[in-house]
Design a protein around this ligand. Sequence first.
Ligand code: FAD
Length: 563
Amino acid sequence: MKLVVVGGVAGGMSAAARARRLDENAEIVVFERGDHPSFANCGLPCYVGGEIENEEGLLVQTPASLKAALNLDVRPGHNVTDVDVTAKTVTVESPSGTHVVSYDALVLAPGAVALRPAIAGIDSARVHTLRTVSDALTLRERVDSGASRAVVLGAGFIGLEAAEALRAQGLEVAVVELAPHVLPPLEREMAFLVRAELNRLGITVLDGVAATAIESAEEGGPKQGDVVVLSDGRRLPADMIVLSVGVRPGTAPFEAAGVACERGAIVVDDHGRTSAPSVWAVGDATVSTDAVTGVRRPVALAGPANRAGRLAADSIFGLAGARPIPQPVGTAIVRVGEITAALTGANRATLRAAGVAFHSVHLHPDSHASYFPGAAQIHLVLHVRDGDGLLLGAQAVGAEGVDKRIDVLATAIRFGATAADLIDLDLAYSPPYGSAKDPVNLGGMMAENTATGVLRQWYPWQIDEVLTSALVLDVRSAAEFATGHFRDALNIPHTHLRERLDEVRAAAGGRPVRVHCASGKRSYLAHRILDEAGLDSANLSGGMLTARAWLGERADDLLEKAE
Ligand code: FAD
């Protein structure tokens, strides 16, 4: 068996390594067009920021180590430019010339390439991407040679990591994002918290705006630079520009050779087989079916690529019981300054687009027992299917414990858990680590309460309607109320509500009562009292914390403060 692998990093190298473990006699050749196979793509921003000090820290393996450990023939600097799926050959360009190489089985793992928007000046020498080791070296060289102003185009995961890395190196950094908020897959109320942390780091965030041109200055010194022109007319001087506006599958030669693609991504079956005989494909370059929504799209994440590579090798070598490649849930995490933002499963936008009926719960529990020092609030949202309570998605932002909760919730989604299942999870607890009711258990309780009607919710995006048609009952303390409250809201602290129900009835005058507190916890208690008293009551999901984050700058206009 001669296995040829195109692309020598995440998916490709996983396939090659697994192939060797399954067949000691196979000939396994890996063509990688870059200088380095098996490098740490995900560590590139850490090198730019200086946390990884040396280039060697990014090189997980070398061709020599891969030869020694796995007897792989790994060839960097080899670009595969064509495939003949009938003759079963690939054409490879290398420093020694162009060669035609035969295969018995072929794995395509070419990953993705950076999108380059068609704007004037995009080819300026000051515009860089961050996808390869040499990209990271170039960015570091820019920093070391005195660049002082950076503009990052695109506030996705990699864009934000690049922005933070450059800020850590002392540069003035602005991030430009076309979407209404940073980290577009995050819910708006979650992204607001990330934006606040970016601002705290000293990074300027310009969202909801496009870069329309880059005006190039001559190279020649840190004082000169390009100017990024924005759609609203603002002009951002920049010594360096990092382009991070998304990726597209790097499949051009394979699509041209007749391997079936969908919007540029290779179509595969659930074992990674493409439309061409004896050709498999894995990773960023392939179409995946979203496990929650069923939407077909490429998923650019390292975990799914690595696992798909391994499973494709199982399929190629006919391993008995070779498992299908699982549909990705889409779990992602990023550190921004002192906080972590993470998500798994579907978000509101994808659920709405898929026509799924669902409800959301917001909560702000402590990362561990509140009486034990060092607890930090976790801002958590869960999306749950109406009817059966199936967990569809979750997002969390906070300074501690976010990774653990999102990993538990990702596992729950993978195994088809419902809100009730989340309540029943036995999670590790002692005061430094969690609470007897872990945030995940609490989220399940809230979602189940919502499904059973014990809890009825309203949401920040209903605020305008609520202000015109309902009584807003604010059950925080008078001191909290004074820090900012909704217009015409009635303030009765939740501990006084039972004896002041007549006051609520009179103020409502037959209108619904929409209750809230700071986080949704005290107002849940109030909601139960109101509901049992026969009032039309609903509780603001996530309370004022979520409302302020969702409203963003509008909160200042909407909230009245005591004089
Ligand atoms: P890659 O790992 O990109 O490998 C593809 C390789 O194929 C490339 O080296 C390319 O040079 C080579 N190639 C392409 N075409 C050819 C050809 N014709 N001939 C020969 N070789 C070719 N994911 C996470 O889950 N978490 C993270 O924290 C994270 N951080 C990231 C940070 C950065 C800066 C980047 C760039 C990516 C990050 N990712 C992260 C994404 C993750 O790295 C990718 O999803 C994953 O590497 C995809 O694996 P792949 O095998 O499909 O492609």
